[in-house]
Write a protein that binds this ligand. Structure first.
Ligand code: SAH
Length: 266
């Protein structure tokens, strides 16, 4: 018998891909290319719009992770990668926000399986785009906070909404529309009652819904619209209806301001 060593296949790189907020055209070109070539796709079915799967090969093996545990997901991913298959783990929005990316990556690192992370358009940005608002504006705020209320996952005490509210920055709140009363109650510790508020339900989906109001009335409007999940909550002066840039323009396109790419035109 030959003494040749058994040749082991080198595991293929696993790709964590951000699918974007829903509209299949909002996945990156790179993400789409990876989906088109994938042998195995595990997608976060509770949120990833299935239309994005139109890019998959007809014979790709597709798993919906909504009903799977971490162990089950990683078993599929690890076994496929080890068998030399091209694997895409498809997340909603951007995979670096509220996606349990770290715990999955840990498993791959432990097993010596290489991986890459391909960014996606977060629902926070898709929602801002649907609202046609700029989240940062000169003299109003230069800061955006991404956060959530405590649910099954705890939130550190120093990041309570009531604490974050003190900055009066633009704030994008994930995973919390079902607890809108609590959101409002905590934000009142820092924002004025008339602070502009918007909730975008399923940004970029065919049934997208936008509800606008203020800190004072948004909870009531959300309940009336029966929005209980899958929505982005944004508060802050930057998203106000009457908000105009006049008098508070940035220096970026100012004719009296000079930078590396443009001379002053006084
Ligand atoms: N990684 C994702 C967030 C996953 S957490 C991202 O970057 O968007 C899931 C939460 O994201 C939902 O509870 C909701 O608050 C928000 N979300 C995801 N898709 C959305 C969409 N199309 N419209 C509005 N909110 C969305």
């Amino acid at each position: 018998m030959s003494r040749a060593k058994k040749i082991r296949k080198k595991p293929k790189t696993v790709f964590f891909v951000g699918s974007g907020p829903g509209d299949p055209e909002l996945i990156t070109v790179k993400g789409k290319g990876l989906l088109e070539n994938a042998d195995v796709i595990v997608y976060a079915g509770s949120l990833v719009k299935e239309k994005v799967l139109q890019y998959a090969r007809h014979n790709a093996k597709i798993f919906n992770s909504a009903s799977m545990t971490l162990n089950e997901i990683m078993r599929v991913v690890v076994n496929a990668a080890k068998a030399g298959k091209k694997v895409v783990r498809l997340h909603t929005g951007d995979p670096t926000l509220y996606s349990a990316l770290r715990e999955q990556a840990d498993v791959l690192e432990k097993r010596g399986i290489p991986y890459e992370v391909i960014p996606g358009v977060s629902s926070a940005f898709a929602s801002a785009a649907s609202l046609k608002k700029e989240l940062t504006m000169p003299e109003i705020t230069q800061t955006v906070i991404f956060t959530r209320l405590e649910g099954n996952t705890a939130v550190p005490e120093k990041e309570r909404l009531s604490e974050l509210a003190k900055h009066q920055a633009t704030i994008c709140i994930f995973l919390s529309v079902g607890m809108i009363d609590k959101v409002v109650e905590e934000l009142k510790q820092g924002y004025a009652d008339d602070t502009p508020a918007a909730v975008v339900y399923r940004a970029t989906w065919e049934d997208e819904k936008i509800v606008k109001g203020t800190l004072k009335n948004i909870a009531q409007k959300i309940k009336k619209a029966k929005i209980k999940k899958h929505a982005m909550i944004i508060f802050g002066e930057t998203i106000g209806e009457g908000q105009k840039a006049e008098g508070k323009r940035s220096k970026l396109y100012d004719k009296d301001f000079e930078h590396g790419y443009r001379k002053k035109r006084g």
